[in-house]
Design a binder for this molecule. Sequence first.
Ligand SMILES: [Fe+2]
Length: 217
Amino acid sequence: MIKRPARIVAHQPQLSRWPIGHQVRIAILSDLHACPRWMPLEAVEGAVAQTNAIGADLIFLPGDFPGHLPFSRPLEPASVVNALAQLRTPFGVYAAMGNHDWKDDPSARKSRAASTKWHDALEGVGIPVLSNQNIRLKSGDMELALVGLESQRAFGKWRRAGRSADDVERALDGIPAEMFTIMMAHEPDIFQVSDRRVDLTVSGHAHGGQIRLFGRP
Ligand SMILES: [Fe+2]
């Protein structure tokens, strides 16, 4: 069992098109990689309690829920999502999926199904999974778009044609040009190509590091 609390990193980006007259606090809980030996259920529950203590307006879960570490098997989705269902926030909890969510469901990956057991489990406890789709978040007269991109490495180790499940055009479909837009994508690969339609990008996957060696991110 992990006895330390999870590491919290705070950022305060200055966003020129930010449409709201006050600050909004977004908590991002990513890459849980839940598994009994390294990230047991108690540690997931601890991270949920820490996140709730932040008092965020919104919570994003950008993927990689199951563990994949040596000598340990992933936790089953039901126990992890039941812990995540305890997250509390006034404007909602939203998820996007990562490479390991697909890897943990070989039959869905092989058949290129529309969803994995992790998608289904999250939706089952009322946490929407944004899979190449967008929604509007409204508060009073403010409105912004939240986009969730499907994993860019769903069907292979690297982001290549035919190995990705992401569809940027479909994900952004219907968002007015003037609307402030946040995109959540598990892998940050997509953000190397700047897209003027997106104001703020959020990802996980890099586990705190973002480097490129020999052309690979
Ligand atoms: Fe990942």
